[in-house]
Design a protein around this ligand. Structure first.
Ligand code: FES
Length: 162
């Protein structure tokens, strides 16, 4: 057995003992680094998953906020949809077959906001695939209740949702 050159003056402990002690001291920091990396990757993965979901659920881009909604009839074109926010309720106004209709844009399944598919002239819910026709009736998906109608009036060529 060799004599140790360190301060305790005793015999060397051998290569296995010293390495094991060094590893014990180093492991917590490696483990900590590993945990930080795992947490960072988990956070990034959560963002990657959450971003498309929130993109689907976000409000339509063209949204108007008002207490009373007034839209000139002459400004509407066939199959057009306009989204409004009124006192916390999302309202969609559509103009089809020369008739204006307004609905609460919340899907009657679980409340996601529907979007208007101008080509197929239907409302589509991004959450579970419900489809509503331009009369608000449910035609597909896990829903059997129509979109809730919102009362509108025409006053001197202006649509008013009060
Ligand atoms: S919330 Fe619209 S289909 Fe489920």
């Amino acid at each position: 057995m060799e004599n140790c050159q360190c301060s305790h003056g005793g015999a060397a402990l051998g290569p296995g003992v010293g390495e094991a002690a060094g590893r014990d001291l180093a492991q917590p920091s490696r483990r900590g680094f590993f945990h930080v990396c795992m947490a960072a990757m988990t956070g990034i993965a959560a963002l990657v998953v959450a971003f498309p979901i929130f993109s689907f659920l976000r409000l339509p881009k063209r949204i108007h906020t008002a207490k009373s909604i007034e839209v000139p009839l002459a400004g509407l074109s066939e199959s057009q949809a306009l989204f409004f926010e009124r006192e916390g309720t999302q309202i969609v106004l559509i103009y089809t077959n020369k008739e204006a209709k307004a609905y609460d844009a919340a899907c009657t399944h679980l409340g996601c906001l529907v979007s208007w598919d101008q080509n197929d002239r239907v409302f589509r819910c991004p959450c579970h695939g419900a489809v509503f026709d331009d009369q608000g009736a449910a035609v597909k998906g896990p829903v059997n209740m129509p979109l809730k109608k919102v009362k509108l009036e025409i006053n001197k060529g202006v649509l008013v949702i009060a």
